[in-house]
Design a protein around this ligand. Structure first.
Ligand SMILES: *[C@@H]1O[C@H](CO)[C@@H](O)[C@H](O)[C@H]1NC(C)=O
Ligand SMILES: *[C@@H]1O[C@H](CO)[C@@H](O)[C@H](O)[C@H]1NC(C)=O
Ligand SMILES: *[C@@H]1O[C@H](CO)[C@@H](O)[C@H](O)[C@H]1NC(C)=O
Ligand SMILES: *[C@@H]1O[C@H](CO)[C@@H](O)[C@H](O)[C@H]1NC(C)=O
Ligand SMILES: *[C@@H]1O[C@H](CO)[C@@H](O)[C@H](O)[C@H]1NC(C)=O
Length: 470
């Protein structure tokens, strides 16, 4: 498509086209960021781009992105930004290659297979490693790595402005901001940064059309007790410990850093609970089996398939992905690691903050008439639905919103996809049945249905009649 539009203009004005190619690359997109083909990648019809956007030249700070166009008609589909959480986890490693992107790693960690439920069936997808220090994003100024939420949001706004210069035809596209987990901080903070920009800009304005966050960390005093309530209700800790935590802990001043600023009795009960749940449970999906790192790492070295299927999911996928991303030919194909970083690629690196109440930000977003969806994989114990559901109901109350969809089941392929409720025609809370903290990872098909409804401004179906997304 890009080549063609250039070819047409070449017929009309030859000089103009040559100049155009030199400055902006084919079809206005940066040719040097075009990903021809990733090692071991099945053939596909859509384009992929990857590379760097410098957000601060003085400090030498640069963010790495991976952009994949929609699998059909990218020119009339929206643009969706996805961020993983952490704080400090890679959106390319997480979202793009193990959750909602078009490829998953193969079992030997040396190739890729198609994810047929990729969200690029509904939208163009942009993944950014944020903040600097995460994945292949870096800064030449090491003090930049001790960054918090505010700096991350500023860099992301700067990133988007400069990314639009590379991809001008996406500037006016409907923009959706999505993410999960600690992106419950990053995404609302970025949305506010964009709305602030719009307020002060006489020219360009971000065309923000919606915000969706999955299993988001929103407020510690609700999200933390929800974890222990979840352990308790799922038989993972005893009545004694569950009751001690529920009755003795005051989570109002709980801090992420340990000790957690709670009473000794509470602190002890929390430690005991964490110990009983132990390391043989995947806290991000309490139903799935776990993958054993020592075994999988040996298998990958020996070129064996590391795949371990539990409830239809390859629970060793994150190890296959790490192996793949550390292959030099993969980094080269992605135009990543251009400064030869002195450490291997890993999924998460540290970043600070955490004790921030995000509800006032969500309130401002909704007050700007931008729909907000909070979705929740119901097998997650890390940021379980119990906290999110209560927080969203309280936010709706605070906004004086009426219930516009009463809490009830939504359907996908003739089965319950989860439960959903909506307030004031703008604020939606939906669970995804059988999904982990990483919703699209354990339930790709239900997740795509939910995402597709979100970007098309449709409610989730409350009956079993097949919808066009099924
Ligand atoms: C960072 O340092 C590298 C190596 O010295 C240099 O090539 C690069 O231009 C600097 N700035 C950025 C934004 O990468
Ligand atoms: C998108 O464009 C294609 C052809 O370019 C067209 O068939 C389709 O109807 C368009 N879709 C929308 C939603 O406009
Ligand atoms: C710890 O708790 C005390 C009293 O409950 C409170 O005054 C203080 O601000 C809290 N500290 C932090 C770091 O949250
Ligand atoms: C970057 O490249 C260097 C040199 O090839 C390699 O040792 C390092 O592991 C890579 N780091 C990342 C983050 O990809
Ligand atoms: C299902 O949704 C439709 C359309 O929003 C609505 O008219 C209907 O009342 C809903 N049915 C139930 C049982 O909630």
């Amino acid at each position: 498509m890009g080549k063609q539009s250039c070819w047409f203009s070449a017929v009309v004005v030859v000089v103009g086209c040559v100049f155009w190619v030199m400055v902006a690359g084919v079809g206005g997109y940066p040719e040097e960021n075009l990903v021809e083909r990733l090692p071991g990648q099945p053939e596909v019809e859509f384009s992929q781009y990857a590379g760097y956007v410098d957000v601060d030249l003085n400090a030498g700070r640069s963010l790495f992105y991976y952009f994949v166009e929609a699998d059909s008609h990218p020119h009339n589909k929206s643009l969706t930004l996805w961020l993983n959480g952490g704080p400090g986890c890679s959106s390319v490693g997480g979202g793009a290659f193990t959750e909602l992107g078009p490829f998953y790693p193969t079992g030997d960690g040396r190739g890729l297979r198609r994810n047929l439920m990729s969200w690029n069936r509904a939208s163009n997808l942009l993944f950014v490693e944020s903040p600097a220090g995460v994945g292949w994003s870096y800064s030449n100024t090491t003090s930049d790595y001790k960054t918090g939420d505010a700096a991350a949001a500023n860099d992301m706004r700067e990133f988007l402005l400069k990314w639009f210069e590379k991809f001008p035809s996406y500037k006016s596209r409907d923009l959706f901001l999505t993410g999960e987990s600690y992106a419950g901080h990053y995404i609302p903070q970025l949305a506010i940064a964009l709305l602030d920009y719009n307020e002060h800009s006489a020219g360009f304005k971000f065309n923000l059309k919606g915000v969706a966050i999955g299993n988001p960390l929103l407020r510690l005093d609700r999200d933390i007790p929800a974890t222990y309530e979840y352990f308790w209700s799922h038989g993972m800790i005893s009545d004694e410990i569950g009751l001690t935590i529920m009755n003795e802990c005051d989570f109002d001043d709980y801090s992420i850093a340990s000790p957690h600023n709670v009473t000794e009795k509470c602190n002890n009960a929390i430690s005991e609970a964490n110990q009983i749940v132990g390391e043989y449970i995947d806290n991000y999906d309490v139903i799935l089996d776990v993958c054993y790192p020592s075994i999988v790492e040996q298998e990958l070295r020996l070129r064996k398939l590391a795949t371990k299927i539990s409830v239809g999911v390859d629970v060793c996928m994150s190890y296959e992905r790490r192996f793949y991303f550390n292959l030099p030919e993969v980094q080269q194909a992605l135009h990543a690691n251009r400064t030869k970083l002195p450490y291997p690629w890993h999924m998460c690196s540290g970043a600070t903050d955490g004790n921030i109440n995000i509800l006032p930000l969500l309130k401002r977003i909704v007050q700007n008439h931008i729909p907000v969806w909070v979705f929740s994989g119901d097998q997650d114990s890390v940021v379980p639905l119990l906290g999110s559901r209560t927080l969203i109901r309280e936010l709706a109350h605070d906004l004086n919103f009426k219930i516009t969809v009463p809490y009830g089941t939504w359907f996908h392929k003739g089965q319950v996809g989860g439960w959903v409720t909506e307030y004031g025609n703008l604020l939606t809370f939906a669970t995804v049945r059988g999904a982990s903290h990483m919703v699209p990872y354990a339930q790709p098909s239900r997740a795509l249905h939910l995402f597709s409804s979100f970007v098309h401004g449709r409610r989730l179906p409350n009956n079993t009649r097949r919808s066009i997304d099924d």
